[in-house]
Write a protein that binds this ligand. Structure first.
Ligand code: SF4
Ligand code: SF4
Length: 190
């Protein structure tokens, strides 16, 4: 389990670094403080990409409390990690442990039916002059959305391919990680 969590965290870091490199090359960037994408009510993610978060919460004895909060959010589908109080993390209260979708959205590509790369991004970035100036060569430097999800699937095919509303994905990650460590008798760090 620890190896799996570390592999996921490594992939998450790799995706973030790749997206940053592309931002630099394309000169695209989110307006300061914008976190509109976190406020979408229909974000889907896999449990696996939230394993590092679940482990972090478990180690800090916060997994049960956060799980209970998630249970009570039945009607609210906005990501439970979003907080208007968190300015430094662009509204994400667990920025260091955000999912793969959060690291790729805005600055990654998929291929259209003509095999042309297109950016998986938002209206704000599409409205910017840098987006209009994007060349196909620069676009090739962007992380490929499907490639990163394939890499995630190579860590655990089933858990990477479960597509759930983001709060459900986090909840399931907490369930799996907490049960594993509870039953394996591993000690929490600190
Ligand atoms: S990706 Fe778009 S919606 Fe999300 S923070 Fe950047 S500009 Fe805002
Ligand atoms: S995990 Fe963080 S970055 Fe991702 S949607 Fe939720 S608040 Fe936004």
């Amino acid at each position: 389990m620890i190896t799996k969590i570390r592999r996921v965290q490594k992939l998450l870091d790799e995706a973030a670094t790749h997206a940053q490199r592309f931002q630099k090359a394309s000169q695209m960037g989110c307006p300061s403080g914008c976190s509109l994408c976190c406020l979408k009510k229909d974000i889907f993610a896999s449990p696996l990409e939230f394993f590092p978060l679940a482990y972090h919460l478990y180690q800090n004895n916060k997994a049960d409390t956060f799980y209970d909060e998630l249970e009570q959010r039945t009607g609210n589908t906005i990501c439970a990690l979003f907080s208007t109080m968190n300015i430094s993390g662009w509204g994400c209260s667990q920025y260091e442990f955000r999912g793969l979708i959060c690291r790729l959205f805005g600055y990654s590509t998929t291929s259209d039916k003509n095999s042309q790369k297109r950016l998986v991004t938002c209206k704000t970035l599409k409205g910017g002059s840098e987006f209009q100036k994007l060349s196909s060569t620069t676009l090739l430097k962007a992380p490929s959305f499907p490639d990163y999800y394939m890499k995630l699937a190579s860590i655990d095919w089933q858990l990477a391919n479960e597509s759930l509303p983001i709060n459900q994905a986090i909840k399931r990650a907490i369930e799996i990680v907490s049960s594993y460590f509870d039953y394996s008798g591993s000690k929490r760090a600190g």
